[in-house]
Design a protein around this ligand. Structure first.
Ligand code: PEP
Ligand code: MN
Length: 348
């Protein structure tokens, strides 16, 4: 349920509505907007109370109208929060008019590798450096990432280049060390329904990118976001990265680009797209990146590597640094065509 206050409602009137909601043992969330304040009820309202509560709240001074949120997710829904959320970290805004590009290697391998990738990302106009330190690998014999050593390199290179950083947190026990070294937390596709992990990241105030599980429906994905939002962390970004394919021969997953406008319709949260894991093949990454921007994505998460043929992880889907620069150039034209922008870097 959401209570829209009148545009001229006073702070006292808002406070009284919050207190009235709390008096029923329900959690009220004050959401000041540009024009007016809305108060959301985040807890489940017992069905027998629903009508009475709506009547009580509607008759209170300063209240404009009361709306029921029909979706199973509440805080993530656009019904609850009609205005687009913009997540800001160190001056980078995700969910604004600017399309934000995050790029970097699948896994951090060395200082040289990460720095070369970071410089290229920055020069081409990328804003965020990605790099995995804790890697979720299908085989226990594959390279598992450099762990804390990798996080240290990410922090160092992020500071050196001025790029915001993102890395995956795989386990809630690693959360503190990841918070100490990176700016944005990434929940991997395999962990989208790891509820203790979602709850733990929800207790921090750090931006969280939640990747869609390859078998997850859009509602399940939004409910994963709800876990983070319900803990009080409103800095949630959704990332489409491909769902289980009919045909694994040519692509690794199937990029569900329709998820972008669908999620934008259902939710106020920013949506970004990872074409690299979806395609699994660098040849298709540029086309799907452009398509994602055309479909309304707020950002991209792209794997790049100075020498993909030697990559310890996901080399086949990683763009070379020159191809990334070309892609950034082409993406600007697509962004302009759909009324968005991508900032220039030193070499673009
Ligand atoms: C990644 O981005 O490094 C990754 C492992 O992706 P996903 O969780 O989408 O498989
Ligand atoms: Mn990868």
């Amino acid at each position: 349920m959401i209570v829209a206050m009148k545009t001229d409602a006073t702070n006292e009137e808002i406070e009284r509505v919050v207190e009235r909601i709390s008096s029923f043992g329900l959690k009220a969330l004050n959401m000041p907007g540009g024009e007016r304040t809305a108060i959301g009820i985040a807890s489940a309202i017992p069905p027998e109370l629903r009508e009475t509560l709506a009547e009580i709240l509607e008759s209170m001074p300063g209240v404009d109208r009361v709306t029921h949120v029909s979706r199973t997710y509440k805080l993530a829904s656009r019904e609850f929060h009609p205005i687009d959320t913009v997540v800001t970290i160190k001056g980078v805004q995700i969910g604004s008019n600017e399309v934000v590009v995050a790029a970097g290697p699948c896994a951090i391998e060395s200082r040289e590798q990460l720095l070369a990738a970071a410089k290229a990302v920055k020069d081409a106009g990328g804003k965020v450096l990605r790099g995995g330190a804790f890697k979720p690998r299908t085989s226990p014999y594959s390279f598992q990432g450099l762990g804390v050593e990798g996080l240290k390199l990410l922090k160092e290179v992020g500071e050196q280049t001025g790029l915001v950083t993102i890395t995956e947190v795989m386990d809630q026990h690693d959360l503190q060390v990841v918070l100490d070294h990176a700016d944005i937390l990434q929940i991997g596709a395999r962990n989208m329904q790891n509820y203790p992990l979602l709850t733990a990241v929800g207790k921090s105030d750090r931006p969280v990118v939640i990747k869609r599980g390859p078998s997850a429906t859009i509602d399940e994905w939004l409910l994963a976001a709800e876990y983070v939002l319900a803990q009080g962390n409103s800095n949630v970004i959704l990332c489409e990265r491909g769902v289980h394919p009919l045909d694994r021969e040519h692509t690794r997953y199937t990029l569900d680009l329709s998820a972008v406008p669908v999620v934008k319709f259902l939710s106020h949260l920013p949506v970004i797209v990872d074409p690299s894991h979806a395609c699994g093949n660098w040849r298709f990454v540029a086309a799907m990146s452009k398509a994602a921007v055309a479909a309304g994505a707020d950002g991209l998460l792209i794997e790049v590597h100075p020498n993909p043929s030697t990559a310890l992880c996901d080399g086949a889907q990683s763009l070379k640094l020159e191809s990334f620069a070309t892609l950034m150039h082409d993406l600007r034209a697509v962004a302009t065509a759909v009324g968005r922008k991508i900032e220039f870097g030193a070499s673009s």
